[in-house]
Design a protein around this ligand. Structure first.
Ligand code: PGA
Length: 248
């Protein structure tokens, strides 16, 4: 497998010819953790970016017998107002793309329906701590630089919370929901501070459409206006991208 490396501000950036090869490199990291540790907590992401990564995990389970029995997953975020069985909920996404096909110990997701957002978010943070913290966190990047649903303006020390979605984020979601009116107005998301507590972070991005925001996030100033730029401060982050995304 061919990849080229770029070292920048403590970030390891690996550029692969295809997203499938980049996803296999991420799957290698997860496989190594599963083979080494009795308990593995993965922070997981949704959207189009991680699809080839989940396909690769499922393939390794089916074809190579890789067991996920000691894995627990914690998702980054969930749309407000969607019951877990809603086809566009991230709960449904994770079931379809991953959990229905592997033997994971447990999946944790923020709720779409709740009485009290603060309580739901506090319980989620407590669960992560109780389970020993996140060993490995997967991220995509939004067109506006968000990670999870930490929209521009999210502070570096933000915790899991309710957030109103950006106009840009809602427009990007029309392809899933059909119309803008159907796209939820808000979500619960892990905070930037929560994400940065993961021991290792892997961010993936594909295609020319992500090149500009990646350049800002990885080379630009560290600022809440580009939430992914906070990754420059973490120290154990790997960026996996395809060639098109590297042309920023
Ligand atoms: P995408 O979304 O994977 O569908 O491009 C990424 C994100 O918004 O984090």
């Amino acid at each position: 497998m061919q990849s080229s490396k770029i070292e920048r501000s403590g970030l390891q950036i690996d550029v692969f010819p295809t997203r499938e090869e980049a996803s296999a490199a991420a799957a290698d990291e997860v496989e190594a953790l599963l083979r080494k540790k009795d308990s593995v907590n993965l922070g997981l992401a949704t959207g189009s970016t991680p699809l080839p990564f989940y396909r690769e995990l499922v393939r390794r389970h089916r074809e190579e017998g890789l067991s996920f029995a000691q894995m627990e997953g914690f998702n980054l975020d969930e749309y407000e107002g969607l019951p877990s069985e809603h086809p566009e909920s991230y709960d449904s996404f994770m079931q379809q793309q991953l959990y229905a096909h592997i033997d994971a110990r447990e999946s944790h997701l923020l709720p779409g329906i709740y009485q009290n957002a603060e309580e739901a978010c506090r319980a989620y943070e407590e669960k992560i701590v109780e389970k020993g913290g996140l060993d490995w966190q997967l991220l995509g990047i939004g067109g506006n630089g968000h990670i999870g649903f930490n929209e521009p303006g999210s502070p570096v020390d933000s915790r899991t919370r309710r957030i109103e979605l950006d106009e840009r984020t809602r427009r990007d979601a029309v392809k899933q929901f059909g119309t803008l009116e159907k796209v939820p107005l808000a979500a619960l998301t892990m905070g930037i501070g929560t994400i940065l507590e993961a021991k290792r972070i892997v961010l993936m991005a594909w295609g020319a459409g992500k090149a500009g925001i990646l350049q800002k996030a990885l080379q630009g100033p560290v600022t809440a206006e580009v939430p992914a730029s906070f990754l420059q401060t973490h120290g154990n982050v790997r960026i996996l991208i395809d060639e098109e995304a590297s042309q920023g």
